[in-house]
Design a protein around this ligand. Structure first.
Ligand code: 2AM
Length: 217
C-alpha cells in the first residue's frame, strides 16, 4: 500500500551541520568569484556561454538548493534499484543517526554543476552502496569515487549530474590526462580538463561534521 511505499526515503546521506554549511558555501562562493576573474577562465568562457565574448557571473550561474549533503544511496522511496537491501544493510541500520567527519578534498566546476569531492574513510565506505560508480558507467574507478556534495547546478540541470561530472574528471585523470595546470591559488592548485571542467585540489582538505541520516522530502 501507499504507507509501505513511503517507508523508504528519497535518499540516505551525510548531512552537514548548519554552521559548517555556511562555511562551505562561503568557500565555494569565494572560489567561483576568483575563478571568474582568471584570464585562463575567460579564455575558455565559451564553454559556459556558448559565445566567446559574453560574460558570465558564476555566482549567479549556479543555483544552490536545500541542505548541503553527500548522498550515499538514492532510493527514490524504494523505486531505485537496490534501495531495499541498502536500507536493510547492518551498517546502515547501526550507523543511522551517527556523527561523522567528512573530508572535502577538492572543488570542481563544469558548465553544469559545482561540487566538492568527498574522500571517504574505510568506515564511511561501509555506508557506500555497492555500485554507484558502475551505474554511471565508470567500471574501473575505486569505490567511493563518486562521493560529493552538490554546491550548485546551472539552470535546468538536476543534482544527479554533479556526481557524473566528478566521475568524468576522475576518469580523465585515470586515463592519464594530467589536465592543464593553471595556477596555485590560496586554497590549492587549479587544473583545467577541457570542455569547461575545472578542478581545485585543496591544499588542506576541509573537514566537516555530518550526520548520517535520510531525507524524505
Ligand atoms: P546529488 O547527490 O548529486 O546532490 C535528491 O535528488 C538527491 O539525490 C540529490 O542530492 C541528488 O544528487 C541525489 N540523486 C538524485 N538522483 C540520483 C540518482 N539517480 N543517483 C544518485 N543520486 C541521485
Amino acid at each position: 500500500g501507499p504507507l509501505e511505499e513511503m517507508s523508504l526515503p528519497l535518499f540516505f546521506g551525510w548531512f552537514l551541520l548548519s554552521s559548517v554549511q555556511d562555511k562551505v558555501r562561503c568557500t565555494s562562493m569565494d572560489f567561483l568569484k576568483t575563478l571568474d576573474t582568471l584570464e585562463a577562465f575567460k579564455k575558455h568562457l565559451s564553454d559556459f556561454t556558448g559565445k566567446a565574448e559574453k560574460e558570465v557571473d558564476l555566482e549567479q550561474y549556479f543555483q544552490a538548493k536545500g541542505t548541503l549533503h553527500c548522498t550515499t544511496k538514492f532510493c527514490d522511496y524504494g523505486k531505485a534499484p537496490g534501495a531495499k537491501p541498502y536500507a536493510q544493510n547492518t551498517a546502515v541500520k547501526e550507523l543511522y543517526g551517527s556523527a561523522f567527519e567528512l573530508s572535502l578534498s577538492a572543488l570542481f566546476v563544469t558548465p553544469r554543476t559545482v561540487g566538492a569531492r568527498v574522500s571517504l574513510t574505510e568506515e564511511q565506505l561501509l555506508l557506500w552502496p555497492a555500485d554507484p560508480e558502475e551505474e554511471a558507467g565508470s567500471t574501473s574507478l575505486p569505490r567511493g569515487s563518486r562521493a560529493h556534495i552538490t554546491l550548485g547546478c546551472a539552470e535546468h540541470v538536476e543534482p544527479v549530474q554533479t556526481g557524473l561530472d566528478l566521475l568524468e574528471i576522475l576518469t580523465l585523470q585515470q586515463e592519464g590526462q594530467q589536465g592543464e595546470p593553471i595556477e596555485e591559488m590560496e586554497l590549492g592548485s587549479l587544473t583545467y580538463y577541457g570542455e569547461g571542467r575545472w578542478l581545485l585540489t585543496l591544499r588542506e582538505p576541509i573537514c566537516t561534521p555530518a550526520c548520517f541520516s535520510s531525507f524524505y522530502g
